[in-house]
Design a protein around this ligand. Structure first.
Ligand code: SAM
Length: 224
């Protein structure tokens, strides 16, 4: 059974291009995963399709109301599915988390907006809270896209060439090595000699050294 994903958002069109293009688009077309994007307003019951309201206790902005979100999740959920809220105060997305989500059968992603969502949603119909980094987006739709993209790479078949997963930033706790392609010389800039040598042992050694150098410079925390 391919992984089924539902995304709940106030801005479903934000994902149109994302789901149709590139490796993810091909993965969906080939049936490795299925993604349905839903407009949360479809579950709002008043004539204005209201999905948010002012926060109790005062303060700026609006908060997603519980009624449409509970109704949407209750309609979409299946036994054993994982219901995920994208939020800057969630657990940070990591390769291990993406890999574990890729093994699930059904995921529901909830995107917040404005000031966030009513806490009762988080307390009662959410299983996991995920952040894509220490910065704040205007809404969680792109965050859902990031998590879907990261997990899809772990679904067998999606990347086509499985070995491309093994040479990747973080796959060995190190950042990736630099890549070059033709031409070997461009505007006086040459590709490192070793990559043209055909000596695979030397190439591996050079790549490992560049990975270590880059990681030490940019992400020394990964070496601890
Ligand atoms: N008041 C919230 C806070 O400070 O934690 C921020 C709300 S943010 C403006 C609106 C929505 O964007 C959130 O409900 C969440 O769904 C999404 N969002 C923003 N930053 C995110 C991040 N780093 N990771 C995941 N989702 C994020």
């Amino acid at each position: 059974m391919p992984l089924a994903i539902d995304v709940l958002t106030l801005f479903p069109r934000m994902l149109d291009g994302f789901l149709a293009e590139s490796i993810l688009g091909k993965g969906i077309a080939a049936g490795y995963l299925g993604v349905k994007v839903h407009d949360l307003r479809a579950w709002a019951t008043d004539k204005h399709r209201t999905a948010d309201d002012r926060p109790f206790g005062g303060g700026a902005g609006m908060v997603l109301k519980p009624e449409p979100v509970f109704a949407a999740i209750e309609q979409l959920q299946t036994p054993g599915c994982r219901r995920i809220y994208l939020t800057p105060d969630g657990l940070p997305l990591s390769p291990a988390m993406a890999q574990s989500l890729a093994r699930e059968r059904h995921l529901i992603f909830l995107s917040g907006h404005y000031e966030g969502i009513d806490q009762r949603i988080r307390d009662h119909v959410i299983d996991q809270e995920v952040s894509i980094g220490d910065y704040v987006l205007t809404n969680g739709t792109l965050a859902a896209a990031v998590v879907i993209d990261a997990l899809a790479r772990f679904i067998p078949g999606v990347l086509g060439e499985e070995k491309s997963l093994t040479h990747e930033s973080f796959s060995s706790k190190l950042l990736d090595f630099p890549q070059y392609t033709r031409p070997a010389e461009f505007r006086g800039m040459s590709v490192p000699e070793v990559l043209l040598s055909g000596n695979h042992a030397e190439i591996e050694k050079w790549r490992a050294a560049r990975q270590m150098e880059k990681t030490r410079q940019v992400r020394p925390d990964l070496l601890n």
